[in-house]
Design a protein around this ligand. Structure first.
Ligand code: ZN
Length: 124
C-alpha cells in the first residue's frame, strides 16, 4: 500500500490517495530477500563477510588460481590494447570501452587448450 498526500500551491493538504499494488513478494520471499540483502551489505569487496576480513586477529595465507577463460580474455584484450596503441599513434580513434567482450567455449571445435584470436593454442 502506498499513501500519497497532495498539497496546493500554498502548502495546504488537499487530499490523500492510496494505491494498493499487489506485491510480487509474499511474506516468506520478503524475509529471504531482506536476509540476503543484509548478507550482501555485510560483505567486503573481496567477497567475504566484513567481520572476517576486518578481524585484526586473523592471519592470511594468500594464493591464487588462474581461470583459463579469464586468461584467454586477458590475452586477447592485451593484444587489442597493443593494436589500439599503434592506431592511436596514427591518430586513428579506438573505442576500447565500447567493446563488450565475450568468450565462447570452442573446446569441441578446437580441442583442449587456451584459444586466442591469433589462433595460437597454449597449454597452461
Ligand atoms: Zn575484504
Amino acid at each position: 500500500m502506498t499513501k500519497v498526500q497532495h498539497f496546493d500551491a500554498d502548502g495546504n493538504l488537499t487530499g490523500t490517495s492510496v494505491s494498493t499494488t499487489p506485491s510480487r513478494w509474499d511474506e516468506d520471499s520478503r524475509v529471504y530477500e531482506l536476509a540476503y540483502t543484509e548478507y550482501l551489505d555485510g560483505l567486503c569487496e573481496c567477497g567475504v563477510p566484513r567481520s572476517v576480513c576486518m578481524d585484526p586477529k586473523r592471519v592470511w595465507k594468500v594464493d591464487f588460481r588462474v581461470g583459463n577463460r579469464c586468461q584467454a580474455l586477458e590475452r586477447v584484450q592485451k593484444a587489442k590494447q597493443k593494436q589500439d596503441a599503434e592506431l592511436e599513434k596514427k591518430n586513428i580513434d579506438t573505442f576500447p570501452l565500447a567493446r563488450k567482450w565475450t568468450a565462447e567455449d570452442v573446446t569441441a571445435q578446437y580441442g583442449e587448450g587456451i584459444w586466442t584470436d591469433d589462433g595460437e593454442d597454449s597449454q597452461s
